[in-house]
Design a protein around this ligand. Structure first.
Ligand code: HEM
Length: 233
């Protein structure tokens, strides 16, 4: 038991935990993004998809995924805070110049961009999942699927929300934050997991920025298209 505790507390284990949970969260983002892009195929597609997610396995699949996602999220944040605290304790004096040269702005601000991301996720859940903010847009409308089922109209909720410039700006700024956080995070996760092969390292260096740009631009496409009037009710 003590051996397990020692491993759990070790820096190496905490780094692995942060990397692996982070990569799973990236997979979630890719899945979420592909679902969101259904907005461009029209109202029926996105509403059918959202309804399918909610009712799959009588709701058990969605709840299973939510519990898994929350667990990964908590482990990711906890390991990040633990490592950052240990780093600071181990190095009380700031080597400002050395750090600035060897690291990027994103890498030096990972903890802060991460904490901002948590605020974004809470706001986002309050907006689209709980209807606690911008309640005037929250799934008031219903939609009849081609199968005849009456379901919540996610499409109308999203389009009405992003027709408000303030909401769109808040989301777009948050997506810049998502991009900056992932840009450093993906490359650093692979490094932690020991991807050091000379042929793979350049690929990883490309995959990190490419994926972060794809995710940030992909998520931004929906609010941008709506505010520009390209997607409407
Ligand atoms: C412009 C970008 C985004 C849009 C338009 C969007 C849209 C949505 C919508 C409509 C829902 C609710 C679906 C339903 O009615 O069941 C949702 C849920 C969710 N979104 Fe997003 N999303 C965006 C970006 C993000 C990002 C970047 C993250 C994470 C960092 C995220 C995390 C979540 C989570 C955790 C849920 C709750 C899933 C659940 O438990 O039901 N979203 N999103």
């Amino acid at each position: 038991m003590k051996a397990f505790g020692d491993i759990w507390r070790s820096n190496l284990f905490q780094k692995w935990l942060m990397a692996i949970t982070g990569l799973f969260l990236v997979l979630f983002l890719l899945g979420h993004l592909s679902g969101n892009l259904l907005v461009f195929l029209g109202q029926a597609h996105i509403n059918e998809y959202a309804h399918g997610l909610r009712t799959m396995g009588h709701g058990a699949v969605l709840w299973g995924a939510r519990i898994g996602l929350l667990t990964f999220f908590i482990l990711h944040v906890a390991s990040a805070i633990t490592l950052s605290r240990r780093n600071r304790q181990a190095r009380p004096q700031k080597y400002a110049k050395v750090e600035a040269r060897s690291s990027t702005l994103a890498s030096r601000t990972m903890l802060y961009s991460g904490l901002l991301l948590i605020s974004y996720v809470l706001y986002h859940l309050a907006h689209f999942t709980w209807g606690a903010v911008h309640a005037q847009h929250y799934a008031q409308a219903t939609f009849i699927l081609p199968s005849g089922e009456l379901v919540p109209d996610v499409y109308t909720m999203v389009v009405k929300s992003f027709s408000e410039p303030l909401i769109t700006v808040l989301y777009l700024l948050s997506m810049v934050m998502v991009g900056l956080h992932l840009n450093h995070a993906i490359a650093s996760a692979f490094q932690t997991l020991g991807v050091t092969n000379r042929r793979i390292v350049p690929m990883v260096r490309t995959i990190g920025p490419a994926l972060s740009i794809l995710i940030a631009l992909g998520f931004s496409a929906v609010p941008l298209a709506i505010i520009l009037g390209l997607v409407k009710i």
